[in-house]
Design a protein around this ligand. Structure first.
Ligand code: SF4
Ligand code: SF4
Length: 314
């Protein structure tokens, strides 16, 4: 596995980052033992970078994977929080440290920022991270974003050292601009020394049949240091690692089940999932939630927002 320095952060990360969303309760819902084992296999194969978030509820999987691991200081874990107040961020930070059993969080990010203005609006939370960084509890501060203006917003603040933007071959899921506009924003952030790790390389599953081209597109971008790939089985992990290490992907014999959103019959049409969707892929019609499948990237954020636990990615 090849490694790169993540911008000017001083962190060395593998080109493939293990995206932990997929194994957790919002998606495949593997047991902690199974999910922990899969992350451990990734670590054994040389992946030293794990992407998670408070929202994903995957901290226990990471704790499980790291139990007894001989080189924990070399594992770079990036997590994210929606906290915008100081109190909220103190709680998020402590939860991450406690539930992953980590003294130091290598990368702590504001989750899903839309622009320089939302970053500014999170300043009380960021100040908690600045203080945590000064104390050595957090090493690096960043943001994740689906928005072109989110990446450009990060460029306004030298304190934001890492950006995780949504970028993929066809641009599916990018908000507020085209794929090329996102690439230009990433170029700007990269040239300022920010660490860049891409999310949704396969557009949440839409590009699975074109994954060779989709991965190649990102691997050939000099502005992307690492690529977060969500995986839920050993087979997927091994094949993706082989491809990242230079072995061609045999598309034909690797059939990936199609993904979809499932709404249970007890949905009360409250609309909270509609509000939570960053891609505006949901609306309500005749008291039923309707999905625009061209816009959905199967992030599972709608499921996290549902008070009735009535929606999940399957
Ligand atoms: S949030 Fe849950 S209950 Fe409300 S509309 Fe969405 S799926 Fe239905
Ligand atoms: S509908 Fe749900 S899974 Fe699809 S993009 Fe929106 S929040 Fe993500």
């Amino acid at each position: 596995m090849e490694y790169r320095e993540l911008g000017t952060t001083g962190l060395q990360v593998s080109r493939m980052c293990f995206g932990a969303l997929t194994i957790g309760p919002l998606q495949r819902n593997l047991s902690v033992a199974e999910g922990g084992r899969l992350i451990r296999q990734a670590l054994e194969a040389g992946i030293n970078f794990i992407d998670t978030a408070e929202l994903y509820r995957t901290y226990p999987y990471i704790k499980e994977a790291l139990k007894g691991w001989s080189r924990p200081e070399q594992v770079v874990i990036a997590t994210k929080s929606y906290a915008y107040t100081a109190e909220g961020m103190v709680q998020s930070l402590e939860k991450a440290r406690r539930e992953m059993d980590l003294d130091v969080i290598p990368i702590f990010m504001l989750h899903e920022q839309e622009s320089e203005y939302t970053i500014k609006g999170h300043w009380p939370a960021l100040e908690v991270l600045f203080e945590a960084k000064a104390k050595g509890i957090v090493r690096t501060i960043g943001i994740s974003t689906h928005h072109v203006a989110g990446v450009l917003g990060a460029c306004k603040y030298p304190e934001i050292e890492v950006v995780s933007p949504l970028i993929n071959l066809t641009g599916i899921g990018i908000q507020g601009g085209t794929r090329d506009e996102m690439l230009a924003a990433i170029q700007q952030a990269y040239s300022m020394g920010k660490g860049i790790y891409a999310m949704k390389p396969l557009g949440g599953g839409h590009l699975i049949s074109r994954r060779r081209d989709a991965f190649s597109f990102l691997l050939e971008l000099p502005t992307v240091h690492s690529i977060a790939v969500g995986m839920k089985s050993t087979e997927e992990l091994e094949r993706n690692i082989s491809f990242f290490e230079g072995t061609p992907l045999p598309d034909e014999d690797f059939v990936q089940p199609e993904r979809k959103l499932h709404f249970d019959e007890w949905c009360i049409a409250c609309g909270q999932c509609v509000q939570a969707c960053p891609n505006k892929a949901l609306h309500i019609e005749s008291e039923r939630v309707i999905v625009d499948t061209d816009k959905c990237v199967f992030c599972g954020y709608c499921g996290a927002a549902c008070p009735e636990f009535a929606v999940k990615v399957i």
